[in-house]
Design a protein around this ligand. Structure first.
Ligand code: HEM
Length: 160
């Protein structure tokens, strides 16, 4: 049985960046149209776009998320584009983010922002609502909540 040993931050980031089901890149290259990826189940590119837009619309409009909204730039256009590209690959679709920006190094890229449990929970609530609002299948949503939580929790870099 293969054992994953996390030796340093980059290795751990890699593990959590693989996405739902620990989806692995080698498998994706061999089977670019694997029928059971969350990407396919969600409805492909238009569904990922819709999800990201709903997520940032909610973050922009609902004061409940002001704590994380204020960490973002005044205009969310760039954030939308980056999260869209990242989630495309993370869910099992084309790895657009990696193609453009290289390894995600998500934890390192979030270090400039103070993220404690509160910020993590706002992010999760916002994403969980967005997934429901765009009508993702309930089973898929429950699966993605687990994966998103692992990644969001790993992003914490501040006590509290
Ligand atoms: C835990 C709470 C989180 C907070 C408070 C947070 C906040 C932020 C902020 C402020 C940015 C910069 C936005 C910009 O430059 O336009 C960012 C970028 C980003 N976030 Fe998060 N984030 C969180 C969790 C996550 C999670 C769970 C994911 C993925 C599932 C994610 C994916 C990304 C990506 C891909 C970027 C773009 C990185 C880059 O290329 O600079 N974030 N995030």
């Amino acid at each position: 049985m293969p054992v994953t040993v996390i030796t340093h931050e980059t290795a751990a980031t890699e593990v959590f960046s693989q996405g739902p089901l620990g989806y692995n890149r080698a498998m994706q290259i061999d089977e670019p149209h694997h029928p059971l990826t969350p990407y396919d189940l969600a409805g492909g590119e238009p569904a990922v776009r819709k999800l990201v837009n709903r997520f940032y619309d909610l973050m922009d409009e609902d004061p409940d998320y002001y704590g994380i909204r204020k960490l973002h730039p005044a205009t969310l256009d760039g954030s939308r584009e980056k999260l869209f590209k990242f989630l495309m690959g993370w869910l099992g679709g084309p790895p657009l983010y990696e193609q453009e920006f290289g390894h995600p190094r998500l934890r390192a890229r979030h270090l400039p922002f103070a993220i404690a449990s509160n910020e993590r929970d706002q992010w999760m609530t916002c994403m969980t609502r967005a997934m429901a609002d765009v009508g993702l299948d309930e089973k898929l949503r429950n699966r993605l909540v687990q994966s998103f939580f692992q990644t969001a929790d790993w992003m914490r870099n501040t006590e509290g």
